[in-house]
Each structure stands twice: as structure tokens, then as C-alpha cells.
Design a protein around this ligand. Structure first.
Ligand code: CA
Length: 517
């Protein structure tokens, strides 16, 4: 990466030697006439994080960023001009039947030994980073009653059990009024089931059901499942109550207290860093995402993989246009095929709604300098670091392997976070350029911003400022190591994130591609 420094002077970032556009780094952008140290002069105003033509680009010629083609010029783009979305024709999505397979598999990286964190060891061998009582639900009908009960549990019971971090109702909009036998219904059903098995919930099963709904408790909990303890009463059906609302609340509180007593006896123990299951995603991206925050996450992902941990990256519509780079890095042909299977499934899902991958980019992405989904994808996959891709999960599937795993999810922040929780994520890291106060109740969320200006405006929401990379105050390697240590500190409970301090929790949002009735 070439970075033109000097904090006051015009600065840009060029990511690859073949790039013919660069990105303006200065806060608040640069005016017409601004001259960069290499002689490039702006012929019009250009906002921060937007692209400038480094040379004259003729109509029809490719525009390159990250060394890849992000579009074709629809008109002549003059050297020093602002290159905008409307001036680029988007390249076609890579054909799935002619992708490279495993032709650039990175060699295994040297192991990192000796790194640990303090976690809660579960009966099934997984490790929690937090000690949370999670109350599963089978249907939305119970949400009002359960939310009432949880408020009382927090106020009246939780103070008696100081080793328990929180109580969380796993409420959602699925369970009834849905085509429960539809082809794709397995996705929301296994998501509900696997959310209850998240390592941060300690295996203490508790299900609140209405009684008459389509999704029955037996589809959510299995007696032979080693990840949940069903040795005690674990199910309460509201329709069994004979004394109305008061009885419902009392019953839920009694069941919850029995579990709080058990959770409260647990203590953190030193475990290897390999027990970390980190979920990564981005939200509110800008053109800095692929320059600062995501490369730092990628460096830290490599460190975690070297330490034996599990690292999940996701967001199908944000890898689709760069899929050829991932199938090249697949550990073996099965992994490459699984990547293609997930892309193909999603292509058909989008087609069924008469949409395509261009539906992903938002007005904020574009205001932040991202012209199209091709450019967004190239910046997004940088999060995955440089290692071989060792596994692929379908939506809602639970991870069983270590290493770098593609966890297929929509890019929607809430759906992605929910599916990564179902995969077993015990720590979440979230990069943002435009800014979002995102948080999850079931796992700590570390927010990393792409620009220092956002870190200054939101000092009590952003945990890590990756904008330091753009201004030369920190290298990708330095920030990568800083993140790696911060992950272990947050996992150990030595550090709490801003989302945890403020209890900022977005709702569980199930991915239900099946019909509702
Ligand atoms: Ca996202």
C-alpha cells in the first residue's frame, strides 16, 4: 500500500501498483487545485474517501482498485477528476461454473503458541466469553410475557447471582403463521436450535412455548444433545397456566432462578486462544473500510488462525463479486464446491425476488465513496486475511472446525450477527465507516471504525480507531496485533466494549427464506 504522508498536505491511498484510481484521505475532503506531493492535482472538489483518477482513463477502459477491475469508464475520466458511481459500468458477476479451484492455496502459517484467555468451559467442550442465561422461545406469541418476566428477573433475581452477566430472551418472529415444512424452513428452525447452544449460554436449556404453535419445543431441543442440559424441567407452555398472567411470570421466574443458581457457581478458567470463535462483519461501509479497518481485521484473523482459533467471515452479497479469489484460496475442492453452492443458492434466492447483488449497496455506502458492490466486495473480503479457507457453513449451521471459515449469511447486520451467534460465535468484531451503534445481547461486540473523524465524534461507541492507518499513525501490522490482544482481553472480561457498557442490543433477526402463511 502506497501512502502519501504529511498530516496537513493533501493525501491519498493507492492500494495496488496497477490501480488507476486513488482514494482521498484528508478529513472533509479536498478542494479543486489541491496538489498531492507526487504532482497529481485535483481538477474539482473531491470528498473524503472518494476516488480520483490517477491518469486519463478513456471511455470503455477498466477502472482498477485493489488491483482488480471495479468498473468500466462510461465517459473519459480526466486525471485529477472525481470518479463517481454514475461514470462506471459495473462488471458482470463472476460465472460460478468457471471459477478457479484451489490454485492459490496459501501455505499453513507458523503456529502462535502460548496465548490464552479466561473463559467459561462448557460441558460440551466449548468455551463462553460471558456467562449469560438465555431463554429460548418457540414462537413470537410468548414475547410480551417473556419480556415482562425478564425485566423482573433482571431487577429481582440477577443481583443475587453476581457471577451471571445477564439474562437474555431469545425472542424472534418465527414459529407460527409460517410454512413449517417449506423447502427452506430448515434455516430458521436450525438457527433457533443453535442459538440456544451458543457457548455464552452455558448449556442451561430453558424454553418458553405457547403450546399450539407449529414450531414445537422438540424441534428446538433434543434430549441427546450434549450442548444442552435437559436433566431438569426445561420447558414451560403458557397455555398450561391455570391462573393467568401472574402464574406465567412466577413459573418463568422459578425456572430461571434454578438456572441462575447453577450459572452463578461457574468461574472463569485459563483456556487456550484456540477456544475463541470470532465472528467478523461490517456495516455502514465506506471506501476506507477496505484500506484501514478490514485489513487490520484480516491481519488479526491470521494471528487468531495461527493460534488455533476459529474465525468466521460472512455476508454472501459482499463476497459474491470476489468469489474467484476465495475459491482460489479454498483448502480443498470440497471447500471450493461448498463456497460455490452457497453463492448459487443466494443467486437463486435473489432472483426469486427479481433482485440481484447490486441491491446490496446503500445510499450511505455510495456517499462514502463506494461506487458499486464490486468495489464493496473487494474491500470486504480483506477481513478474511491471507490464510486458506478451511470450511463453509450454511445459514444457521453450527461450526465444528477450527481455522478460517466462511459462514454463509446475508449482509444485513442483524441477520448476519444472529446467524454467527447460531454458528457458535463467542466474540464479535464489527467494522463501520458511516457509523452504526450496533450491539448484540449474547456476545460482546467490538466496534472498529474506518476513519478517525468518526472515532472523535463517537468516542463512547467506537472501541478501536483504525483511521490511524490512513494517517500513518499506525501500521496494519501494529493495529492487527493490538486487535488480537484486545480480543483476548474482551473475551476474558478484562475489558468491556461500549455496546456492553451501554447495553446496546439489536434484536435477534432470523433469516427466513421460506413463505409465511
Ligand atoms: Ca453487515
Amino acid at each position: 500500500m502506497q501512502l502519501i504522508e504529511h498530516s496537513d498536505s493533501p493525501r491519498y491511498v493507492r492500494l495496488h501498483e496497477t490501480d488507476n484510481v486513488v482514494v482521498v484521505v484528508n478529513d472533509h475532503g479536498l478542494g479543486e487545485g489541491s496538489r498531492f506531493p507526487d504532482g497529481l492535482t485535483l481538477i474539482e472538489d473531491v470528498p473524503q474517501s472518494h476516488k480520483v483518477a490517477l491518469v486519463d482513463i478513456a471511455k470503455g477502459e477498466p477502472v482498477r482498485r485493489y488491483g482488480q477491475i471495479i468498473g468500466y469508464a462510461l465517459e473519459t475520466l480526466r486525471r485529477g477528476s472525481w470518479v463517481q458511481e454514475t461514470q462506471l459500468a459495473m462488471p458482470a458477476a463472476p460465472e460460478l461454473d468457471s471459477l478457479p479451484h484451489c490454485d492459490a492455496v496459501p501455505a499453513a502459517m507458523p503456529a502462535l503458541e502460548g496465548y490464552t484467555f479466561e473463559g467459561y468451559r462448557n460441558a460440551d467442550g466449548t468455551v463462553g466469553t460471558r456467562n449469560i442465561l438465555g431463554i429460548t422461545t418457540t414462537v413470537q406469541c410468548v414475547t410480551g410475557v417473556l419480556d415482562h418476566a425478564v425485566k423482573r428477573i433482571r431487577a429481582e433475581l440477577l443481583p443475587k447471582y453476581p457471577n451471571v452477566d445477564d439474562v437474555v430472551a431469545l425472542t424472534h418472529s418465527y414459529g407460527c403463521g409460517v410454512a413449517i415444512s417449506a423447502r427452506d424452513a430448515y434455516i430458521p428452525i436450525r438457527t433457533v436450535r443453535n442459538l440456544a447452544r451458543n457457548p455464552n449460554l452455558g448449556g442451561e436449556a430453558l424454553v418458553i412455548s405457547l403450546g399450539c404453535e407449529k414450531l414445537q419445543a422438540g424441534q428446538v431441543m433434543h434430549a441427546d444433545d450434549p450442548s444442552v442440559d435437559l436433566s431438569e424441567p426445561w420447558l414451560y407452555r403458557l397455555q398450561d397456566a391455570s391462573l393467568g398472567f401472574v402464574e406465567m411470570i412466577e413459573q418463568i421466574m422459578a425456572l430461571a432462578e434454578a438456572r441462575l443458581q447453577k450459572l452463578d457457581r461457574r468461574r472463569r478458567e485459563t483456556v487456550p486462544a484456540s477456544e475463541l470463535i470470532l465472528g467478523m462483519q461490517c456495516g455502514g461501509s465506506d471506501a476506507f473500510s477496505g484500506i484501514t479497518a478490514n485489513p487490520a481485521l484480516g491481519y488479526a484473523a491470521d494471528l487468531l488462525v495461527r493460534a488455533g482459533a476459529t474465525v468466521l467471515f460472512s455476508e454472501v452479497t459482499e463476497v459474491r463479486d470476489a468469489i474467484y479469489m476465495l475459491t482460489s484460496r479454498a483448502q480443498n475442492p470440497d471447500v471450493a464446491q461448498a463456497l460455490i453452492r452457497e453463492m448459487d443458492w443466494y443467486d437463486r434466492y435473489l432472483q426469486s425476488g427479481e433482485a440481484d447483488r447490486s441491491a446490496n449497496t446503500t445510499p450511505g455506502n455510495k456517499k462514502g465513496g463506494l461506487s458499486n458492490i464490486v468495489e464493496k466486495s473487494l474491500g470486504s473480503i480483506v477481513k478474511s486475511g491471507s490464510g486458506a479457507i478451511q470450511g463453509v457453513l450454511g445459514p444457521g449451521e453450527r461450526v465444528i472446525h477450527k481455522g478460517l471459515i466462511f459462514c454463509a449469511t446475508p449482509a444485513s447486520d442483524f441477520v448476519c450477527g444472529t446467524l454467527q451467534l447460531a454458528a457458535g460465535m463467542n466474540l464479535h468484531v464489527f467494522t463501520t465507516g458511516r457509523g452504526t451503534p450496533y450491539g448484540l445481547a449474547m456476545a460482546p461486540v467490538i466496534k472498529v471504525c474506518t476513519r478517525s473523524e468518526l472515532a472523535q465524534r463517537w468516542p463512547d461507541l467506537i472501541d478501536v480507531d483504525a483511521g490511524r492507518i490512513a494517517t500513518g499513525r499506525s501500521s496494519i501490522e501494529e493495529l492487527g496485533w493490538e486487535l488480537f490482544h484486545y480480543y483476548l482481553d474482551v473475551a476474558s472480561g478484562r475489558q468491556t466494549t461500549w455496546a456492553e457498557k451501554h447495553r446496546l442490543h439489536n434484536d435477534i433477526t432470523l433469516f427466513n427464506p421460506a413463505p409465511i402463511t
